[in-house]
Design a protein around this ligand. Structure first.
Ligand code: CMP
Length: 271
């Protein structure tokens, strides 16, 4: 939906896509990569596993705080496919945490324990001793190790006094895993329809299945525009996607339409 759109940056600079107003809602499956390729590497590292019977903790919070958390989650592609009820459970499970300037919240190389949302303050990301970025208000971090059973990919340090929300690994994984397992068989069937993936063996296909997130668009909603930075590969699962405003090397092309099994944004993963 709406919030997800901010992450949905297409893989091609030549298309402007919108779902066809006359058609039913489109369901699109996407793979997210990022500039450094770090997420991609981790995304392909390990599948989500079920963590058995588990009741998510409930940390009482004001409606305002709950809204803050759900808005921040909408900004993280990992949560794009969560059903509304699961999102509510997840929001309830977050607990408030404060950290003084200078506190190390996450240490590179360690095992993951919490996923964080930063509500106030600033957090620096440090990889191999080099500062590679910062998180400001509303941003989240600490998802990679929790999702993929990989060591923490960066050190995260409070550079100002911070107020954060955090959720433990078990809750994070349990909620995401239930969604992932339910949809993986279905997703595999969709992927089998993509021509350039037909030669992949089962193991590689499964890795892609694990990297996919389902996103929904309403009729006429724009998926991405020509010129947007491309880091997402899409496969149409249901519905129709219209591609217009196509121009390559100064040559304009006719509009076209994508249906189930069609894909776009592949340049994002190929290049
Ligand atoms: P995780 O590996 O669990 O813990 C460190 C977190 O830092 C990581 O998840 C990401 O959420 C975040 N992060 C931000 N920038 C980077 C980066 N360039 N490389 C790796 N992790 C990063």
């Amino acid at each position: 939906g709406n919030q997800v759109r901010r992450h949905v940056r297409g893989g091609s600079d030549l298309t402007k896509c919108a779902t066809d107003a006359k058609e039913a809602h489109s369901t699109i499956t996407m793979v997210k990569t990022d500039d450094a390729g770090i997420r991609l590497k981790n995304v392909f590292a390990a599948p989500l596993k079920d963590v058995g019977d588990f009741v998510a903790p409930v940390h009482p919070k004001s409606d305002q705080d709950a809204l803050y958390i759900s808005t921040a989650l909408a900004d993280n592609f990992v949560f794009a496919s969560l059903a509304p009820a699961e999102k509510v459970t997840l929001v309830k499970a977050f607990e408030r945490k404060t950290a003084k300037a200078g506190t190390t919240l996450i240490t590179q190389g360690e095992t993951g324990d919490y996923f964080y949302i930063l509500q106030a303050g600033q957090v620096a990301f440090i990889v191999d001793g080099v500062k590679v970025g910062v998180a400001t208000e509303g941003k989240s971090f600490g998802d990679l190790a929790l999702l993929y059973d990989s060591p923490r990919a960066a050190t995260c340090k409070a550079v100002e006094d911070c107020t954060l929300w955090r959720v433990d690994q078990k809750t994070f994984r349990k909620i995401l895993a239930s969604t992932a397992i339910a949809s993986s068989n279905e997703t595999r069937d969709v992927l089998k329809k993509v021509p350039f993936l037909t030669d992949l063996n089962v193991t590689d296909l499964n890795k892609i299945v694990d990297a996919l997130t389902e996103v929904h668009y309403k009729p006429s909603e724009v998926i991405f525009k020509r010129g947007d930075v491309g880091d997402v590969f899409y496969i149409v699962k249901e519905g129709k996607v219209k591609v217009h405003d196509i121009e390559v090397g100064g040559v304009k092309y006719d509009d076209s339409e994508y249906g189930p099994g069609d894909y776009f944004g592949e340049r994002a993963i190929i290049t």
